[in-house]
Design a protein around this ligand. Structure first.
Ligand code: BEZ
Ligand code: FE
Length: 282
């Protein structure tokens, strides 16, 4: 049986803001760097305003909309949809290992620890969907297995809901912290995710609709892979040939991150994917 609850931007947006603001972040940006970036950003914005001859009604709508984004708790959602893929790209350009992708707003640390061969926590109604087995090895750049590497895996259920951002779901549904075996191997059973629509009922969704865009992300798994002395990877795995692969609203797909699972004789989708971690950057 599938749930009829509708995902809400107000619900998931606010939850993302609450989780994000639980921590205070810092960056060692010098006044000179801040000034240079801000000066250029304002100059670029000015050029855009001149080029499109932005009107006062448009300016007032923009101000109102920005207020709505904040009041609706949707800054994490909006930024992760439209901006994070550029940040991820620039910050991973010197790495040789497995490609990264955006984290998005729905990561939660501390999911239950599971052994290398495991099944993610799920409800009976999740179990009716096609099982997906993701197996492989975590290695360094030379292919040496990294025993005890940690894979945090999280994904939406078949209705597009993430646990802890949708009140009807158990706390850790479809989330786990998997510890690889002594050679870095893992064999994780979950359910095949479905394409995901970012919440459309708040200001982010209103903006997307007003621009005539669509709110879809292709089906994906989120992963964070870590090992001592290695650069952590935050990434996503997608499914070759799936809907929205070439038209992700968040612009976060990469050809290196496509899975092509095969059906085994028990009807499960099975796929191997290996993760290679760069050495840690000091
Ligand atoms: C995601 O679940 O992958 C996601 C959701 C909203 C914004 C960006 C990413
Ligand atoms: Fe996602």
């Amino acid at each position: 049986m599938t749930t009829t609850t509708t995902p809400s931007a107000a619900g998931s947006g606010n939850a993302a803001t609450d989780k994000f603001t639980g921590e205070r972040f810092t960056a060692d940006t010098s006044p000179e760097r801040l000034s240079a970036i801000a000066t250029e950003a304002l100059a670029d914005l000015g050029a855009l305003i001149q080029k499109h001859a932005i009107t006062y009604p448009e300016y007032r709508v923009l101000k109102q909309w920005l207020i709505d984004v904040g009041e609706g708790g949707e800054w994490p959602l909006l930024l992760d949809v439209f901006v994070e893929h550029e940040i991820e790209d620039v910050n991973s350009r010197n790495f040789q290992g497995t490609k990264g992708s955006i984290e998005g707003p729905y990561y939660v640390p501390g999911a239950p620890e599971l052994p290398a061969q495991c099944t993610l926590p799920m409800r009976d109604e999740d179990r009716v969907h096609t099982a997906l087995v993701l197996r492989g090895q975590v290695t360094d750049l030379d292919g040496a297995g990294l025993g005890g590497a940690v894979i945090e895996l999280w994904h939406a259920d078949s209705d597009g809901f993430y646990s802890q951002f949708a009140p009807h779901l158990p706390e850790w549904n479809l989330r786990g912290t998997i510890v690889t075996d002594t050679e870095g191997h893992f064999d994780i059973t979950t359910i095949a995710p479905a394409p995901y629509q970012i919440p459309t009922d708040g200001p982010t969704g209103q903006f997307i609709a007003a621009a005539g865009w669509h709110p879809w992300r292709p089906a994906h798994l989120h992963l964070r892979v870590t090992a001592p002395g290695k650069q952590p990877i935050i990434t996503q795995l997608y499914f070759a040939g799936g809907d929205w692969i070439d038209d992700d609203v968040a612009g976060a797909t990469k050809p290196e991150l496509l899975l092509d699972p095969r059906l085994d004789d028990t009807g499960r989708k099975v796929v191997t994917y290996n993760f290679a971690l760069d050495p840690a950057v000091d």
